[in-house]
Ligand binder design. Structure first.
Ligand code: NAG
Ligand code: NAG
Ligand code: NAG
Ligand code: NAG
Ligand code: NAG
Ligand code: NAG
Ligand code: NAG
Length: 831
C-alpha cells in the first residue's frame, strides 16, 4: 500500500491557494502565513456522549443497543451537530477548514481538514478533549500474494455447518466488497431464518454497486470517502465512490469470516478446491473506508461510528494505523478510544496485529478492549519439483502447471546470461542480464522451448523486478519453463506461491541453486572466451498446484507483529498480553476482485492466495460469530476470554509452538509475545467452562492505574474521573492472561472467573511458574455453580532476576473436563 498512499498534496494546495487569493486579496499579509501551511486531517474528540450512550436515547432497560430513530436519539444527534458548528464558527477563520466527518454515535467529535495554526486554536477550547493528526490507515496484507488451497477438513469443522453464524452480523471496515462474487451470493433455496431485528443498515449505491448488491447475504453496504478525497486526488477508474472493492482486500477478508460454504476456487482454469468462510451463514455489513490511492483514519472512524449505530455484532479491522500515535498513549489515540466505545456499545472488535514482525514490540493492536490477532501457517503446502537431466529432483515453490509432458519430458536448460542477444542494445544491468525482466535482451532462437534460469537478484530486493515480468518474458519468447534461483551473495530468498498460467518454479535456497548450476556447468560446452556453444543440460518442472498436508503447523509467521505491547512511542511496556491469539494468516485463499487495482499480477482472478494478519483477523471474527450465535448473551470480553483460555500451545507434531525468525527457514520456540494465548481452537472456545470478563469501568480503572499517569489525561480522553483505588494496578484488569513487564519483589494479582457452563463444576488449579519466579494460587480447589463467580489470588514473587520475559501458565481443570488456561508473562526485574 505504501507507494499508493502517496498523497497528491501539490494539486490540492494549488487549488486552495488560488481560492484564498481571490477572496482574501486585501488581507494578503495575514493570509500569506496560511498559504504556506499544509492542510491535514485532524481528528477531534469532544466532551459529551455520543448518541449510543445518551441516557434519554435508550429505550427500556439498559440494553447497550439504541434505537437511532427514537425522538430522543434524533434530537441528541442534532444537538451534537449544532454544537460542532458553533464551536468551529466561534474558533476558526471562515474558509480555513472543512468538516469531513461528524462522529456522533459512539463518540462525540469530528474530522477536520485544516491547518496547524487553526488546530492550535481549537486545542485550547473548552469542551475539546483531544486533537490528533490523522496517521492514515493501511491494509494489513503482506505485499506478496500467495496461494492457499482450502483446508477442507479444518474449514468444514470450523464453519461448514449450513447454519453456522446464522443471525449474526459481521461488520467489515475495509476496501469494500465485490458483490458479484459467489462467496457473497444469496441462495434463494436457503433463505435465512433469523430476521436481524437488532441490525439496521443501508445500501449505498454507486459505480459497480447497484441496489441489488445488497442481496440478503450482504445486508448493508456504505462507503466513507471525505478523508480520502481531502488528502488525495482520487482516480475515478480505481477509487470508486461506492462500496465496491476495486482492490480485492476487503472481499478477501469478508470471505474468510463469512463467505458462503463450498464455493469452488478456480484460478487460471485450475480447480484448487472449495472455499468456505468460518461462519458461512453470518451476514455481511460493508463499511468501505480504504481506497487504492489512500486510506485515512478519519474515514475509518466514521465507518466505525456508523457500524456501532447500525448494530453490527462483530467488527473486523484488517486495516488501521501502521505506527503508534506520536503524542499520546497507544490506548488513548482517538482510534483506540473509538474502539473502546464500540466495545462499550456491545460490539466485539477484532483487529489485525500488524505485519511488522519478527522484531519485538511491533504489534499495532494495543488495547485490552480488542482482540489482536497474529498470523500463523497452516499444514497446507504447495510444493513444486525440478527434475534435472541426471535424475536429481529438487523441491521448490510454484503455483503453476508442469512443463511439457506433465514434467516428465526433459528440455534444454539454459542460464539467462548465456542466452543474451549478441550485440543487442540493452542496458547491462542485472535486470536485463539475469532477472529475465525484458524479452528484448534474449536471443529468441536460443531460449525457445528451453528451461531458462533467472536470478532473484538486486532488482527483486529493491522492488523493481517482478515475477510477473519473468512470466511475461517467458510467454513472449516461448520458454518451456522458467526457474528462479537465488543470487548466492544475497543468500536464500523467501518464496511464496503465486498462481500463474505458465510453468515455472522458484528455488529459494542457495544450496539447491548450487546443485543446479554445477550440473549446468558440467553439461555446457564453452569456447575459450567462456561463451556457451552447446547446451547439453536438461530439466523439467513438475506440477506445482497440488497441495499436500504435511509438515509442522501452526507456526507463527515471520511477518506477524510481535509483543510485548507498548504504552507509548518511547516503547514503555504495557502489562497487557498482545497479540491475543494466532489464527491462520499465511497463504489463505479468499475472494478477489478481477480489477485487482493494486496487484496487476492478480488481474482477472476471482480468488487470491494472500498472507498477512489481515487474513488472520477474519478467521477469529468468524469464529466469534459462531460463539455469539450459540451464546447470544455473552459480552465481547466473555467471547474474547473463551477464545484465549481454550487456545492451544502445541502444534500438530505435539511440540510447543514454533515461530519463524529473521532468517529464511529459521524457526525458534514461540512465546506468548509471538502467539498470545496460543492457536485459536474454535470447538473448545464455544464451551470454555469459565470466563474472565471485564467491561467499560474496568478499562477506565485500568487506564487510571497506568504507572506515572496524569489522571487528567485519562479524564480528557474518556470524560471519566480517576478514582484511586486499592487494587488499581494495570495487571489487575480481569484479562484471561497475566502480564507484568517489570516484576520487583512480590505482587498479588487478582482475577475473577465466572462459570458460564450449565452445570456446577469443581476446578483444580495448577501453576507452571515462569522462570525466575515463584507463583502461588489461592484457592487451588473450588466448586462453582452456573453464573457464579470465584475470586482468585495469584501471588508472584521474583526468585531470580532476568533480562527477558519468562512465561508460565495457570491451568484450571474442571471435573466436567473444561480446561481453562491463563498465560503468565513476567519479566522478573529484582528480588
Ligand atoms: C423477528 O422479529 C420479531 C420482532 O422484531 C420477533 O417477534 C420474531 O420472533 C422474529 N422472528 C424470528 C424468526 O426471529
Ligand atoms: C488511474 O488508474 C488507471 C487504471 O489503473 C491508470 O491507467 C491511470 O494512469 C490512473 N490515472 C492517474 C491520474 O493516476
Ligand atoms: C502429472 O504429474 C503429477 C505428479 O507430478 C501427477 O500427480 C498427475 O496425476 C499427473 N497428471 C497426469 C495427467 O498424468
Ligand atoms: C557483434 O559485434 C562485433 C564487433 O562490433 C562484430 O565483430 C560481430 O560480427 C557482431 N556479431 C553479430 C552476430 O552481429
Ligand atoms: C534496482 O535494481 C535494478 C537492477 O539492477 C537497477 O536497474 C535499478 O536501477 C535499481 N533501482 C533502484 C531504485 O535502486
Ligand atoms: C546431478 O548433478 C549434481 C551436480 O553435479 C550432483 O550434485 C548430483 O549429485 C547429481 N545427481 C545424480 C543423481 O548423480
Ligand atoms: C529456565 O532457566 C533455566 C536455568 O536458568 C534454563 O536452563 C531453562 O532453559 C529456562 N527455561 C526456560 C523455559 O526459559
Amino acid at each position: 500500500m505504501s507507494k499508493s498512499m502517496a498523497q497528491k498534496r501539490a494539486t490540492f494546495t494549488a487549488l486552495v491557494t488560488s481560492f484564498s487569493l481571490t477572496i482574501f486579496i486585501s488581507m494578503f499579509l495575514v493570509y500569506i502565513a496560511c498559504l504556506e501551511e499544509d492542510r491535514s486531517i485532524y481528528l477531534v474528540l469532544l466532551e459529551g456522549d455520543g448518541v449510543a450512550f445518551h441516557e434519554a436515547s435508550h429505550g427500556h432497560g439498559d440494553s447497550a443497543r439504541i434505537d437511532p430513530n427514537r425522538g430522543a436519539s434524533v434530537a441528541h444527534g442534532r444537538s451534537i451537530l449544532e454544537s460542532h458548528d458553533l464551536l468551529l464558527q466561534n474558533t476558526l477563520d471562515i474558509g480555513t477548514y472543512t468538516i469531513l466527518h461528524t462522529f456522533k454515535h459512539h463518540i462525540n467529535g469530528f474530522a477536520l481538514y485544516t491547518t496547524p495554526s487553526q488546530v492550535a486554536r481549537l486545542r485550547v477550547m473548552a469542551g475539546v478533549k483531544m486533537v490528533e493528526k490523522d496517521r492514515g490507515a493501511k491494509m494489513m496484507t503482506t505485499y506478496t500474494p500467495e496461494v492457499l488451497s482450502l483446508r477442507k477438513g479444518i474449514w468444514a469443522q470450523e464453519g461448514g455447518e449450513r447454519n453456522a453464524g446464522e443471525g449474526v452480523v459481521i461488520g467489515f471496515v475495509d476496501s469494500g466488497i465485490n458483490p458479484l462474487h459467489p462467496s457473497f451470493a444469496y441462495d434463494p433455496m436457503q433463505t435465512f431464518t433469523s430476521n436481524l431485528s437488532h441490525f439496521v443498515g443501508a445500501c449505498e449505491t454507486g459505480p459497480h454497486f447497484p441496489l441489488s448488491s445488497c442481496n440478503g447475504k450482504i445486508v448493508s453496504a456504505r462507503y466513507f470517502s471525505a478523508g480520502a478525497e481531502a488528502v488525495a486526488t482520487l482516480n475515478a477508474s480505481l477509487d470508486f465512490l461506492s462500496p465496491f472493492d476495486a482492490d480485492g482486500h476487503g472481499s478477501h477478508v469478508a470471505s474468510i469470516a463469512a463467505g458462503n460454504a463450498g464455493v469452488p476456487v478456480v484460478v487460471n482454469d485450475y480447480y484448487y478446491g472449495r472455499a468456505s468462510g468460518m461462519a458461512p451463514r453470518a451476514r455481511i455489513a460493508v463499511y468501505k473506508a480504504i481506497y487504492p490511492s489512500v486510506g485515512t483514519l478519519a474515514d475509518v472512524i466514521a465507518a466505525i461510528d456508523q457500524a456501532v449505530l447500525d448494530g453490527v455484532d462483530i467488527l473486523t479491522l484488517s486495516i488501521g494505523p501502521d505506527d503508534p500515535p506520536q503524542d499520546t498513549l497507544t490506548f488513548l489515540s482517538i482510534f483506540d478510544i473509538s474502539l473502546l466505545y464500540a466495545q462499550k456499545a456491545g460490539v466485539l472488535v477484532v483487529q489485525a496485529a500488524g505485519n511488522k514482525g519478527p522484531a519485538p514490540s511491533t504489534v499495532v493492536s494495543y488495547s485490552p478492549w480488542t482482540i489482536g490477532v497474529a498470523a500463523c501457517t497452516t499444514d497446507r503446502r504447495y510444493s513444486a519439483s525440478l527434475l534435472l537431466g541426471n535424475g536429481t529432483i529438487l523441491d521448490g515453490v510454484g503455483l503453476s502447471g508442469a512443463s511439457f509432458g506433465n514434467g516428465t519430458i526433459l528440455q534444454k536448460l539454459i542460464l539467462a546470461k548465456d542466452a543474451l542477444k549478441i550485440n543487442g542494445t540493452f542496458p547491462r544491468t542485472p535486470e536485463y542480464i539475469e532477472e529475465c525482466q525484458h524479452p528484448e535482451a534474449f536471443d529468441p532462437n536460443i531460449v525457445f522451448a528451453s528451461v531458462i534460469m533467472c536470478t532473484f537478484s538486486e532488482g527483486f530486493y529493491n522492488g523493481t523486478s517482478t515475477l510477473g515480468a519473468i512470466v511475461h518474458t517467458s510467454k513472449a519468447l516461448g520458454f518451456a519453463a522458467y526457474i528462479l534461483i537465488p543470487n548466492p551473495s544475497y543468500g536464500d530468498y523467501i518464496a511464496e506461491p503465486i498462481p500463474f498460467d505458465f510453468p515455472g518454479i522458484m528455488i529459494p535456497r542457495v544450496a539447491d541453486a548450487k546443485v543446479i548450476l554445477q550440473n549446468y556447468e558440467d553439461e555446457t560446452k564453452r569456447d575459450e572466451k567462456g561463451s556457451a556453444t552447446e547446451f547439453c543440460a536438461r530439466a523439467a518442472v513438475g506440477e506445482g498446484r497440488v497441495a499436500s498436508f504435511t509438515g509442522r503447523s501452526p507456526v507463527v509467521s515471520r511477518f506477524s507483529s510481535r509483543g510485548p505491547d507498548i504504552i507509548d512511542m518511547k516503547r514503555n511496556l504495557a502489562d497487557i498480553l498482545k497479540p491475543d491469539i494466532i489464527a491462520p494468516g499465511h497463504q489463505i485463499w479468499g475472494a478477489w476482485t478481477p480489477i485487482s487495482a493494486l496487484q496487476p499480477m492478480l488481474t482477472g482472478h476471482n480468488f487470491a492466495l494472500l498472507s498477512g494478519t489481515s487474513m488472520a483477523a477474519p478467521h477469529v471474527a468468524g469464529i466469534a460469530a459462531l460463539i455469539k450465535q450459540y451464546n447470544p448473551l455473552w459480552t465481547p470480553s466473555m467471547i474474547a476470554s473463551a477464545i484465549s483460555t481454550t487456545s492451544t500451545k502445541h502444534d500438530n507434531l505435539g511440540d510447543v509452538l514454533m515461530a519463524e525468525g529473521f532468517q529464511p527457514n529459521s524457526l525458534y520456540p514461540s512465546t506468548p509475545l509471538d502467539h498470545g494465548a496460543g492457536a485459536v481452537n474454535p470447538n473448545d472456545a464455544n464451551d470454555p467452562g469459565l470466563v474472565l470478563s471485564s467491561g467499560y469501568t474496568d478499562y477506565i480503572t485500568f487506564l487510571c492505574s497506568l504507572p506515572n499517569i496524569d489522571p487528567n489525561i485519562i479524564t480528557a480522553a474518556t470524560g471519566e474521573p480517576c478514582n484511586t483505588h486499592l487494587f488499581a494496578y494495570p495487571y489487575n484488569l480481569n484479562l484471561p492472561s497475566v502480564t507484568i513487564s517489570a516484576l520487583k519483589g512480590s505482587v498479588s494479582v487478582r482475577r475473577t472467573v465466572m462459570n458460564i457452563g450449565n452445570n456446577r463444576e469443581t476446578y483444580v488449579g495448577a501453576v507452571i511458574p515462569p522462570n525466575g519466579t515463584r507463583v502461588n494460587l489461592y484457592p487451588t480447589l473450588f466448586t462453582i455453580s452456573p453464573q457464579e463467580t470465584q475470586d482468585l489470588e495469584i501471588q508472584l514473587s521474583v526468585t531470580q532476576s532476568m533480562e527477558k520475559f519468562s512465561f508460565g501458565e495457570i491451568v484450571l481443570t474442571g471435573s466436567l473436563n473444561h480446561i481453562v488456561r491463563i498465560t503468565l508473562s513476567v519479566k522478573p526485574v529484582s528480588i
